[in-house]
Design a protein around this ligand. Structure first.
Ligand code: FE
Ligand code: FE
Ligand code: ZN
Length: 275
């Protein structure tokens, strides 16, 4: 059985998310650590977190994949804004320690004209600082579509960040919509793309996937998610992903345009493709 889930609202707390996940047939999930378009975080609740940890173990959930705020740009040009983003990252990793052993995924950032190398340098510095306390969390860099000055549209950029940080606690979350929009053809050559990832980054760094179809054509660098089977990736691509032996143990998170009933149906659809 694969670990499949979706984004859930964190507003009712961690245990509530585990219960909701169970109800919709999920055995992993994602949630925003704070307002995705702002920076405000929820009040911490250690009792709720401990109850969630117990429930996750009891139900045999796969790794959760928390998501950092979209507004957290670790390589923005303004030094004060960059320092603020780094503070947000540090606080997120500290908070993740309440759910030990889970994943924390974020968008590497946009270099906004400073150049890829400067951007990678800023991101690596922030990660080094945030990982310093040694919290029990693995940080995942998300593969991006390469929109505007986004970093992470090429596997080489993720590898450069990983090398510059030099920690075993950094991995990658592969977003299917993003890499297809970014020019990695998982529709006609999934094996080839995974081989390329292995060559450049190493498959041991691949920890999780975001499963999204795409509203746009191959290599469009657009990043618009579509429901599974209704976009340019198509259902057969997801059948191949779900059943790929190299991806068997990875949490797979839906970020498709859905509310809970839609997610429940998509999880069932994906499970029907297994085997
Ligand atoms: Fe994302
Ligand atoms: Fe994603
Ligand atoms: Zn996206």
């Amino acid at each position: 059985m694969r670990y499949i889930g979706c984004h859930l609202s964190a507003s009712a707390g961690n245990l509530a998310m585990v219960r909701t996940a169970e109800k919709i047939g999920a055995n992993t999930f994602a949630f925003f650590t704070r307002n995705p378009r702002g920076s405000k975080a929820k009040k911490e609740d250690p009792v709720d977190a401990a109850a969630a940890v117990a429930a996750l173990g009891e139900k045999g959930f796969g790794h959760l994949v928390a998501h950092g705020a979209y507004t957290m740009n670790l390589c923005t040009a303004d030094p004060d804004a960059r320092a603020f983003a780094c503070d947000v990252l540090c606080d997120d990793l500290r908070r993740m320690a309440a759910l030990p052993g889970q994943y924390y995924n974020f968008h590497p950032g946009s270099h906004v004209g400073q150049g890829v190398e400067a951007g990678i340098d800023h991101i690596a510095r922030a990660l080094k600082k945030a990982l310093e306390p040694g919290y029990p969390v693995t940080v995942l860099l998300e593969t991006m579509a390469g929109k505007g000055s986004e970093i992470g549209g090429r596997f080489e950029e993720l590898k450069a960040i990983i090398d510059a940080v030099g920690s075993d606690s950094v991995g990658v979350c592969l977003d299917t919509c993003h890499i297809y929009d970014g020019g990695y053809d998982i529709v006609s050559d999934l094996d080839g793309v995974l081989a390329e990832f292995d060559r450049v980054v190493g498959l041991d760094r691949l920890k999780a996937l975001h499963l999204n179809d795409s509203k746009n054509a191959f290599a469009s660098h657009k990043d618009r998610h579509e429901c599974i089977g209704q976009g340019s990736l198509g259902l057969e691509t997801f059948r191949a992903i779900i059943n790929h032996p190299l991806l068997a143990d990875k949490p797979m998170i839906l970020e498709t345009p859905n509310e809970l009933p839609g997610y429940q149906a998509e999880i069932a659809l994906l499970r029907s493709l297994e085997g």
